[in-house]
Every structure is written in structure tokens, then in C-alpha cells.
Design a protein around this ligand. Structure first.
Ligand code: SF4
Ligand code: SF4
Ligand code: SF4
Length: 283
């Protein structure tokens, strides 16, 4: 089974094992600012205060990121090094350059990235060759009627696709990519953003499909109301739990996520920091 084949990774990865989430650290390096799709709930920001994905206080070069990893790993117990934006990890060549350097200098750190999955079919082999251990793919719909409400643009192969055409390109690549990663021995987690009234009844269909493609774990996260969904209410705890419980009948669910920044580092929820943080004593 996937789970036992990957146990040595998932046992120590804070985003794949709830028991480790507040025990070991991860470091995100914000080296991937560009994105190739537009999700209707996303605004990427450069700032020092918001606690959410898509936010970093600055974008680093690969050299700066390697230096940052060198420094932080001497200061705290870091098990995982990840690229989580602030755009899409795969759409920025720096991600690959960075992981090549990590593979040479820190072969024992788990290498992880999160992506929208659009470029996975063409990048899956390279991901495996760089010994990237874990990939999180965000899949918010598999049905075009729902997907077209969530995504507005998809830029692929030098062409901009909109509406259903765009969604179809995206979802085909996500599903094909998950399969290719799993076949290559990469552990795949799928994140789905729960958007009330849009995909809340659809998350189980996603769970069934991604499991079939080889995903090992799912993380259902609540919408942070922004951009075109700024007036949609955030799902409450009960709604979130209900969906997670139902998903768990299909595929294991990760529940400890608090949606951290693209430049977060340290032990999530405990010794949690991000770049250029204002020390607490300044408030
Ligand atoms: Fe934002 Fe990520 Fe969607 Fe790109 S893929 S628009 S960075 S949420
Ligand atoms: Fe965790 Fe995602 Fe960061 Fe990987 S990229 S360490 S799964 S938050
Ligand atoms: Fe990963 Fe979520 Fe934990 Fe951040 S809070 S490290 S995104 S699981």
C-alpha cells in the first residue's frame, strides 16, 4: 500500500502527519512569484502581516533561499523544505534550481512543494529525478460546471484559456499529473478549498477521483473570502468537520492545517515565524 511504502516520509512530515505538526519544523522559501492560473479566491500579496497562503514579505533569489535554509536549519529542528509560492511552484524555474541545490547540500531534508498542478504532466519526471518527496496539489473541482465558478483564466502552452476550456485543461493536467507523480514514487496530498454553495457538495467526488489517481491524503481547507469570493461566507467548523468526516471514508484526511504563508518557517503553530517578522515586543 502507498501508505506503508511512504511511511518513512509521512511519519516525520508535519503536513502529512498530524502528530508531528507541532513537533517538527518546515521552511518555505518564497522563490516562486508567478502563477499561470487565476483562482477566483486568490490575491497574492507582498506583506508582513497576513497569515495565509499566497503571502510573503518578499521574493527571494535562489542564492538567498539557500542561505536562508543554511541559517534556519542551525537554529531550529527543520525536517522539511518547501516551495509554496507565493505563486505556483512549477511555473517558476527557480523552484527546480533551488531543489537541485537542496538535493546536493541537504539530501536528508524532505523536499516538498505545493502547486496548482497545471504543469505536472510535463514536470513529474523532473520532480522525481530531483528527489522531491512530497507534492501538494490543490484540486477544487473536477466538474466543469463547478470549476468554471472557481477559476477564471488558465495560461498553458503560451495560450490563455478561459471558462470551460480553461478548466478542462487544468483538471486534465491535475489528474494526469497526480497519477504520474504517484507512479514515480512521490507522495501526493490533495488540498481542496471548501467554498460554501459552490463545491461543498462536490468534495467527495474530488476525493474519489484523486484517490483513484494515486493521492495518499487529502486536506480540506476553508475558503478565506477574498477577490471574487469576498462576499461568500467562510465555512464554519461544523460544515468543515462534516465534509472532512465524509472524505475520511474515502481517503485519509489531514486536519491540522492552519494555512500558512509562503515564507513561513519553524514549527507550525508553535515556534512559527516568517520572513521579516516584526518581533512581538514591537506591538
Ligand atoms: Fe493563487 Fe495559487 Fe490559485 Fe495561483 S494557483 S491563483 S497562487 S491560489
Ligand atoms: Fe507543508 Fe505545503 Fe509547505 Fe509542503 S509545501 S511543507 S505540504 S505547507
Ligand atoms: Fe502545511 Fe498547513 Fe501546517 Fe502550514 S499549517 S505547515 S500549510 S499543514
Amino acid at each position: 500500500m502507498n501508505e506503508s511504502r511512504f511511511a518513512h516520509i509521512t511519519k516525520v512530515h508535519p503536513c502529512f502527519n498530524e502528530k508531528m505538526h507541532d513537533k517538527v519544523g518546515r521552511i518555505h522559501v518564497p522563490i516562486a512569484p508567478k502563477c499561470n492560473i487565476q483562482c477566483n479566491f486568490c490575491t497574492r500579496e507582498i506583506n508582513k502581516c497576513e497569515q495565509r497562503p499566497g503571502v510573503a514579505s518578499r521574493v527571494m533569489t535562489v542564492d538567498q533561499a539557500v542561505e536562508h535554509v543554511r541559517k534556519v536549519t542551525t537554529e531550529m529542528p527543520i525536517a522539511v523544505v518547501g516551495v509554496a509560492g507565493p505563486g505556483d511552484a512549477l511555473f517558476n524555474e527557480e523552484t527546480f534550481e533551488f531543489f537541485k541545490r537542496m538535493d546536493e547540500e541537504f539530501p536528508d531534508l524532505i523536499k516538498c512543494m505545493s502547486t496548482n498542478g497545471l504543469l505536472l504532466p510535463e514536470k513529474a519526471d523532473e520532480i522525481a529525478a530531483l528527489h522531491i518527496n512530497t507534492v501538494t496539489v490543490t484540486v477544487n473541482a473536477i466538474d466543469p460546471e463547478i470549476g468554471t465558478q472557481i477559476y477564471s483564466n488558465v495560461y498553458f502552452d503560451k495560450k490563455l484559456y478561459k471558462g470551460e476550456e480553461g478548466f478542462n485543461v487544468l483538471v486534465k493536467n491535475q489528474l494526469e499529473g497526480i497519477k504520474k507523480l504517484a507512479e514515480n514514487g512521490v507522495v501526493v496530498k490533495v488540498n481542496s478549498v471548501l467554498i460554501p454553495g459552490v463545491n461543498d457538495k462536490h468534495i467527495l467526488d474530488i476525493a474519489r477521483k484523486v484517490k483513484e489517481q494515486g493521492a495518499s491524503l487529502m486536506n480540506v481547507i476553508p475558503l478565506i473570502p477574498m477577490h471574487k469570493f469576498k462576499d461568500t461566507p467562510k465555512p464554519d467548523c461544523a460544515a468543515l468537520s462534516e465534509v472532512r468526516d465524509a472524505v475520511e471514508e474515502i481517503i485519509p484526511v489531514f486536519r491540522a492545517c492552519t494555512q500558512c504563508r509562503a515564507d513561513a518557517y519553524g514549527v507550525p503553530g508553535k515556534e512559527d515565524k516568517h520572513l521579516d517578522m516584526t518581533p512581538a515586543s514591537h506591538f
